[in-house]
Write a protein that binds this ligand. Structure first.
Ligand SMILES: [Ca+2]
Ligand SMILES: [Ca+2]
Length: 131
């Protein structure tokens, strides 16, 4: 019985730590004016990150900006795709008021730009040219 108690304590600590981490991520996302489409991948390389160690360039810039969304971060082009973070997120001047309801593109992915065609649209286009 005593062994079980010692096993339960680390499990509870891990669960509370995980819950705290997930809450932190949600708190960080809520500082962005829009995060509906790309969610975690705005700042992380993996789609389901389990730590802050896999930040992409935007995630590093966001962290370096004290997790604040503002004009400075909006004017940067973190992923170096030629589009400012503010254009990609949908808040060009970084005042926190989005001009869109969903991100135009991912500011942390240089292969994803406002000119990108999403997978669904691309599959529809390809299906039009099938025999
Ligand atoms: Ca960019
Ligand atoms: Ca991008």
């Amino acid at each position: 019985m005593l062994r079980r108690k010692w096993l339960i304590i680390p499990i509870l600590c891990f669960a509370f730590a995980l819950a705290g981490t997930l809450k932190s991520r949600e708190d960080y996302m809520q500082k962005l004016p829009v995060y509906q489409k790309f969610k975690c991948s705005i700042c992380h390389v993996s789609l389901e990150p389990n730590s802050g160690s896999d930040l992409n360039n935007f995630g590093r810039d966001f962290k370096g900006n004290s997790f604040a969304w503002n004009e400075k971060l909006a004017r940067m082009d973190s992923d170096e795709d030629g589009f400012m973070n503010g254009i990609e997120i949908g808040d060009e001047n970084g005042d926190g008021i989005a001009e869109v309801t969903i991100e135009r593109s991912n500011p942390g992915d240089r292969l994803n730009t406002p000119n990108s065609v999403d997978q669904h649209t691309w599959s529809v286009i390809k299906s039009l040219f099938k025999d």
